[in-house]
Design a protein around this ligand. Structure first.
Ligand code: ZN
Length: 341
């Protein structure tokens, strides 16, 4: 292992942008399909793994939603989450703020509570058995209606009884173009009034204007992706001034052709202009790597220094939704590691 790879492996970090449904590895998908007697249209795990080499966004989404169809029972959601937590912990992720898409399951007739019970039980076990801390962020599918998002928020508030220790916030994901953030202004306002934090995918494929809308209309505290913010100088200055962090996903950007080459990754350009950035895996089973592979890909392409990597890891905790004392404790671990390495 190279010097930088070893440094990244050991660096304590938080992951702030990972979709639990996007961590579904082919072997586990086969296992769960078999459990339910569902025949996948692939002869073997290797065949399915080959299909993960999709060529474009639509092929990815087709595979992504097809994969989810085998998630039916509470144990399925547990196993999916548990597998991610083990991988993340092995990469020295100490805290994860994990997205889930309840509408992708409730639309198939799976109860909201089945999804949440399974994920939550795994998160509790992760905390106790693996020492990995976590929170959940419930995403609305932006290509569905605002009314469906409202109904999903109702289900969440009933489930949590208004407590935010489990679901800490709401987000917005799926196909961006044609589905501007403003469509979800009212449901985000209601979520924030209920004490939930707010994030949204914006400026991945959509324009810089969507990033502005996410800030102004949805009141988001972080922007997921945000690459296209660089098209708008005043917006970049505002992100820096207001301390809005971007959760960037380099390998995802490459696979979905948001960038043509890793050297085009805007991470350093944004850092140099004072914008807070973090490195995350998005849908790691599909995009070629978990969080450390993402750190390493950017490090190699942009020749990031250990000091820059350390700053990004610090930001990953500082921009999390943990409370002040929790953040400080994690950041102290980052600093101790950097000082000793
Ligand atoms: Zn994402």
């Amino acid at each position: 292992m190279g010097d930088m790879a070893a440094f990244i492996e050991g660096l304590p970090k938080a992951e702030l942008h990972v979709h639990i449904e996007g961590t579904f590895e082919p072997a586990l998908m086969f296992e769960i399909a078999g459990r339910h007697g569902i025949a996948l249209p692939y002869a073997s795990v290797a065949d399915l793994a080959a299909a993960y080499e999709f060529g474009n966004l639509q092929e990815f989404l087709d595979l992504y939603y097809q994969g989810m169809n085998v998630l039916i029972a509470e144990q399925d959601f547990y196993d999916l989450t548990w597998a991610y937590l083990q991988r993340a912990r092995a990469q020295n992720v100490l805290h994860a703020e994990i997205f889930f898409d309840p509408q992708a399951h409730t639309a198939r007739g799976v109860a909201f509570a089945t999804v949440l019970d399974g994920i939550s039980r795994a998160l509790d076990d992760g905390r106790q058995k693996l020492g990995i801390n976590s929170r959940l962020i419930m995403c609305f599918l932006r290509d569905k209606s605002a009314a469906e998002a409202e109904a999903t928020l109702d289900q969440a508030l009933v489930y949590t009884g208004g407590r935010t220790d489990r679901i800490i916030g709401v987000g917005l994901d799926s196909a961006e173009v044609g589905h501007p953030p403003v469509k979800f202004r009212d449901v985000f306002a209601r979520a924030r009034a209920a004490g939930l934090r707010a994030v949204a995918h914006a400026g991945e494929e959509g324009p810089a204007a969507y990033v502005r809308q996410a800030l102004d209309e949805l009141g988001v505290e972080r922007v997921d992706h945000g690459n296209r913010a660089l098209d708008d100088d005043a917006l970049v200055e505002r992100l820096a001034r207001e301390g809005i962090a971007l959760t960037m996903c380099p390998l995802s950007n490459l696979r979905l052709q948001v960038i043509g080459d890793m050297r085009q990754n805007p991470l350093r350009a944004l850092m140099e202009r004072g914008v807070r950035v973090t490195i995350n895996s998005d849908d790691p089973a599909y995009f070629g790597g978990y969080v450390n592979e993402n750190y390493l890909a950017v490090q190699e392409a942009l020749s990031l220094s250990k000091a820059e990597l350390t700053a990004i890891a610090r930001t990953s905790f500082a921009a999390s939704f943990l409370d002040r004392a929790e953040k400080d404790a994690f950041i102290a671990q980052v600093d101790a590691y950097a000082a000793a390495t």
